[in-house]
Design a protein around this ligand. Structure first.
Ligand SMILES: Nc1nc2c(ncn2[C@@H]2O[C@H](COP(=O)(O)OP(=O)(O)OP(=O)(O)O)[C@@H](O)[C@H]2O)c(=O)[nH]1
Ligand SMILES: [Mg+2]
Length: 182
């Protein structure tokens, strides 16, 4: 039984990477997704590892989400080989972080190991009054150019991990990535 006691720390597939700068809301997102799934009768299992959070969610089948803290940015690429899809989170209420997030996003999109990964970009914290709208973000961030130049299928969502806005879209994206085998 998968009760966690004798569990090896190795990846369970499919593996999703959850990336983004420090404090954008990755850990809260995963907790919220777990709560939504648990409330609707699915079971979840959370494993904590040093520096990385591994979360198993049951969505039709079991998937594993590995959160890599923003402070681990330099070693993100060492996890690319394991993963089938990427969730990249941006704090829409923190304009000063956007250009560095843009650089991180471009570098992950150009990584050879992620060439066939599905990518979900989350603009989080849209509950805050100072958040930038998707229209503003798109022009600042040139998201349209990034999407059309990338080889990966990219989906963009606006979320609030705090009040739950957009989280059904995240779950729907997770399900959709399970449907088309990549
Ligand atoms: N207002 C608001 N606050 C949020 C939202 N999502 C996360 N936060 C808050 O932002 C802070 C950082 O959230 P975390 O989930 O710890 O961020 P993280 O991306 O996991 O950060 P690292 O693990 O350090 O990389 C916490 O105080 C959260 O409560 C959101 O959608 N809206
Ligand atoms: Mg975290």
């Amino acid at each position: 039984p998968a009760d966690g006691s004798g569990r090896r720390p190795g990846p369970c597939y499919p593996m999703y990477l959850l990336l983004g700068a420090s404090g954008v809301g990755k850990t809260l997102l995963v907790k919220r997704l777990q709560n939504i799934l648990t409330d609707s009768g699915w079971c979840c299992h959370l494993t904590l590892q040093v520096g990385t959070n591994l979360t198993d969610l049951l969505i039709q089948k079991k998937i594993t989400i590995r959160e890599l803290g923003g402070c681990m940015g330099p070693i993100w690429p060492s996890y690319y080989g394991d993963c089938s899809s990427v969730l990249f989170m941006i704090d829409a209420a923190n304009p000063t972080q956007i250009s560095s997030s843009c650089v991180q996003l471009l570098s992950l999109l150009s990584a050879e190991q992620l060439a066939s990964a599905s990518v979900l970009i989350l603009f989080n914290k849209i509950d805050l009054p100072c958040y930038m709208s998707l229209v503003e973000m798109k022009s600042l961030f040139r998201i349209q150019d990034i999407i059309s130049c990338a080889n990966q299928p990219i989906t963009v969502v606006e979320t609030s991990a705090r009040d739950g806005t957009g989280l059904p879209d995240v779950l729907q994206w997770l399900r959709s990535t399970l449907k088309d085998p990549s």
